[in-house]
Ligand binder design. Structure first.
Ligand code: ATP
Ligand code: MG
Length: 181
């Protein structure tokens, strides 16, 4: 006898890319929305080192039992001396992503700045894509970062490109608490 057909809609793959501000904050908005419905949301952040950043979303997530945010603490190229160390750090962080992408208790997995890590060549799309595509059927995935790989874009259900019209940084405004971090 064949397996019964799975019920419910399959989870979506969403990609927020482009050179304008809002990729990560849009993912956080989705996280808030999903967590409000009691969905279990895990956001994994490349590029944010907990030793240097104290971002508002980590503090807010402490008030939301269904939202977990984990800084993977890897990916600052300029902090490492060699490419090998960068690649090893990214691969180590990716192991955590893979665990979340195979955990059926996670309803929404957000991998923040994954596009950069692929774009820099620290992770191979051929390694990343199969883990995303073989995730639990109901799980939604959001990937952020500039320069989304064309094959990720092709595989995704919803792709949004943030386009910069202006950014305050260009006028010399530094990163502002509550707006950038
Ligand atoms: P945010 O986290 O604010 O949604 P983002 O995820 O779209 O931004 P990233 O590429 O992750 O953008 O860059 C993170 C930081 O760089 C943020 O502080 C953001 O404000 C800033 N930033 C984003 N786009 C630009 C830009 N075009 N020019 C200058 N700074 C930018
Ligand atoms: Mg971002």
């Amino acid at each position: 006898m064949s397996e019964p057909a799975p019920t419910g809609r399959p989870g979506l793959l969403l990609v927020n890319t482009g050179d304008g501000k809002g990729k990560s904050t849009a993912a956080l908005g989705l996280a808030l929305r999903a967590a409000g419905h009691g969905l279990r949301v895990v956001m994994l952040q490349f590029m944010k080192d907990p030793d240097t950043w104290h971002v508002g979303e980590w503090l807010a997530a402490e008030h939301l039992p269904s939202l977990t945010i984990e800084a993977l603490g890897e990916g600052f190229t300029w902090e490492h001396e060699t490419l090998e160390i960068d690649i090893a750090a990214a691969r180590h962080a990716w192991e955590r992503c893979r665990a979340v992408l195979s955990d059926p208790s996670v309803d929404v997995a957000i991998i923040d700045e994954l596009n950069y890590v692929i774009d820099y060549g620290f992770l191979d799309i051929d390694e990343v894509l199969p883990s995303i595509l073989s995730r639990p059927r109901h799980q939604h995935v959001v990937v952020t970062g500039r320069n989304a790989h064309p094959r990720l874009v092709e595989a995704a259900d919803t792709v949004t490109e943030m386009r910069k019209i202006k950014h305050a940084f260009d006028e010399g405004v530094p990163a502002i608490k509550g707006i950038e971090f």
